[in-house]
Design a protein around this ligand. Structure first.
Ligand SMILES: O=C(O)CCC(=O)C(=O)O
Ligand SMILES: [Fe+2]
Length: 324
């Protein structure tokens, strides 16, 4: 692949304003724009999504307070103590791009709190369980849980627009959306070093594992998206009040790559500390993911064998975190 520079193509911006009250026709129009963006880039921005700015600001504020804590405090809630991969992920813990140095980012994983009696916890389902919260930041939990709930509802709506865009009934992904694995990841990227190791980056080139990712990023920029059209990296700069949405591996598998789960990476060249908050909507763990028959033209074969959400998620965590 090419250097760390980018070309100037821009990702589409889709305004969702009023989507909840939209007529059938308006929803069809919106879904057609989403479909086009998914085919061309696998990435798009959304505005008019209805998530309150004050909620986003409070979450960013808790996030920066968390990463400012002394290392020894953060390490007390290292995700290695959690059966459900919840908690602190130290700097360089993950290598998203095989064969390159580990990612220059630290993180904090949050999901819905599931009691030990929850059937999915009893069944030892992947990433279902309890969070680990920092005792120093009592406000993080209510803000993060509020955010998780709101984002989950937004993703359900987006999945129904994706269904429409594929000429499927709008409730086609209903079962996938039921009792989903939904993960919030607070991320902190130190500035890119002046003399980085070869190929060292904030976040190595990767595709996202789940259904949809909705990314909130601060004003520093640094996200780059691979364009198969121009065969080069393009910038996905922050646009105030928007989310960057991208298609994950599940949707690529359903559509036989008609909708692209696109490579992306982060290089924090801003010289500042960068903060971002991706929300990963991965769906119901038992859901089978195999090519949707109407997404397979007569002369094509499915590119991927059938899998389940859980199987794919486990494989991808093992691949990028090794045996940790
Ligand atoms: O921080 C970002 O801008 C992107 C993070 C990302 O791609 C991920 O966590 O999967
Ligand atoms: Fe990603």
């Amino acid at each position: 692949m090419k250097s760390q520079n980018t070309t100037s193509t821009t990702l589409p911006i889709i305004n969702l304003s009023g989507y909840q009250q939209a007529s059938k026709n308006q929803k069809q129009e919106l879904s057609a724009k989403i479909g086009e963006a998914c085919r061309e880039f696998g990435f798009f921005y959304i505005t008019g999504h209805g998530i309150e700015e004050s909620l986003q600001t409070r979450l960013f504020s808790e996030s920066s307070k968390f990463f400012d804590l002394p290392s020894k405090n953060k390490l007390k809630i290292d995700k290695k103590f959690s059966k459900a991969n919840r908690g602190y992920e130290p700097l360089k813990d993950q290598t998203l791009e095989a064969g390159t140095p580990p990612d220059l980012k630290e993180g904090f994983y949050i999901g819905f709190d599931h009691s030990p009696e929850h059937p999915m916890v009893k069944a030892n389902k992947f990433n279902f369980g309890q969070n680990q919260w920092p005792t120093e930041l009592p406000n993080l939990k209510p803000v993060a849980i509020d955010y998780l709930k709101t984002m989950t509802s937004l993703c359900e709506e987006l999945m129904s627009l994706i269904a429409l865009s594929l000429n499927l009934p709008d409730d086609y992904f209903h079962d996938f959306c039921h009792d989903p694995l939904a993960t919030l990841r607070l991320l902190h990227y130190p500035p890119q070093p002046v003399n980085p190791e070869e190929n060292e980056k904030g976040c190595g080139a990767h595709t996202d594992f789940g259904g949809l990712t909705l990314l909130l990023q601060d004003e520093n920029g640094g996200l780059q998206v691979w364009s198969h059209k121009t065969d080069d990296w393009i910038d996905a700069p922050p646009i105030k009040g928007s989310y960057v949405v991208n298609i994950g591996d599940m949707i690529a598998r359903w559509t036989n790559d008609q909708y692209s789960s696109t490579l992306h990476r982060v290089i924090n060249k801003s010289g500042n500390e960068r903060y971002s908050i991706p929300f990963f909507f991965s769906g119901h763990l038992d859901h089978e993911v195999k090519c949707i028959p109407t997404c397979l033209p007569e002369n094509e074969q499915p590119k991927y064998p059938p899998t389940t959400v859980e199987k794919h998620m486990i494989e991808m965590y093992q691949k990028t975190y090794g045996d940790k």
